[in-house]
Design a protein around this ligand. Structure first.
Ligand SMILES: CC(C)(COP(=O)(O)OP(=O)(O)OC[C@H]1O[C@@H](n2cnc3c(N)ncnc32)[C@H](O)[C@@H]1OP(=O)(O)O)[C@@H](O)C(=O)NCCC(=O)NCCSC(=O)c1cc(O)c2ccccc2c1O
Length: 266
């Protein structure tokens, strides 16, 4: 596959996957998600690879979620439905691939991890963050939601009250605050991030790959029911993206104006 939005590098047992759209703070479109799934499968298929690192290009952002400039009111994102369950993005497939690949995935968060970009680090096995990184959900601000792994699995990590706070208030949290919540494993200066992630990958590579694989599958089994919740959530999201309410969130972001959801209360 020709990679346009992502970079895949393999070295010393580690596959490093980089989201490479810095002009939109590494927001993803349908093409990006297709490439990410392909990259993870490449890493899965390659017996020389034992650990995957997921990161973003530049110093500003890890990933800021769905590309709001490529979202239209009728079909969600630019993929025109299909495998994206109507939202035009195979995001559900990507989350499942990150969970199912039997090798640890480390998110190296180099800046903003917002919206669908935040959910990406949530579904990774481990998160190492730059001290400059900022984390948060923004769906309710821009007319979107992730009622699957992004909420139910997040609640398992940080607890119900915190998860509700993160989603209902849509505030941003520092790397240190996230470490305090158990949402981030380690915080390092930005210039040490890639090395710190590589160091952890090398430590994992010294361990029994079968033991690591069984542990990952076991951790996953306990939260596997969330996959069903995700399917339900994505089907609902496809319908929500056709609404004026969702369009108001997206348009306010693109027009750089305050959002007004007041007429949609029910
Ligand atoms: C991340 C920010 C808080 C940064 O703010 P800052 O002021 O520092 O920078 P700018 O706002 O000026 O951004 C710089 C530049 O990047 C463009 N950009 C940033 N993010 C996006 C984006 N997501 N899409 C498109 N473009 C983006 C921005 O427009 C600027 O370019 P200019 O050319 O205009 O100068 C701030 O940028 C921010 O809040 N970004 C939006 C974050 C967001 O709301 N993301 C989408 C949430 S919804 C989502 O991600 C989502 C996706 C899914 O696929 C889902 C699937 C299933 C369920 C749920 C999903 C979901 O919730």
């Amino acid at each position: 596959m020709e990679l346009i939005d992502t970079i895949l590098e393999k070295k010393n047992g580690v596959a490093k996957i980089t989201i490479n759209r810095p002009e939109v703070y590494n927001a993803f479109r349908a093409q990006t998600i297709k490439e990410l799934i392909w990259c993870f499968r490449e890493a899965w298929d390659d017996n020389t690879v034992g650990v995957v690192i997921l990161t973003g290009t530049g110093e500003k952002a890890f990933c800021t979620g769905g590309d709001q400039k490529q979202k239209d009111g009728e079909s969600g994102y630019d993929g025109k439905g299909g495998l994206g369950n109507g939202i035009g993005l195979e995001i559900e497939n990507l989350h499942q691939t990150i969970r199912n690949i039997p090798k640890p995935v480390i998110a190296a968060v180099n800046g903003y991890a917002i919206g669908g970009g935040h959910v990406l680090h949530v579904v990774c096995d481990l998160t190492i963050a730059a001290d400059t990184a900022k984390f948060g959900q923004s769906g309710p601000k821009v007319g979107s939601f992730d009622a699957g792994y992004g909420s139910a699995y997040l609640a398992r990590i940080v607890g119900e009250k915190r998860a509700r706070e993160i989603w209902y208030l849509c505030e941003q949290y520092s790397a240190d605050e996230c470490k305090e919540m158990g949402l981030v494993n380690k915080v390092v200066p930005l210039h040490e991030l890639q090395q710190a992630s590589e160091d952890w990958a090398q430590k994992i590579l010294q361990k029994s790959p079968t033991a690591i694989k069984m542990l990952k599958l076991s951790f996953n089994a306990d939260s596997a029911n969330i996959q069903g919740i995700t399917q339900l959530s994505m089907a609902n999201l496809a319908l929500f993206y056709q609404s004026n309410e969702s369009a108001e969130g997206k348009n306010a972001f693109l027009e750089k104006r305050p959002v007004d959801f007041s007429t949609f209360r029910s």
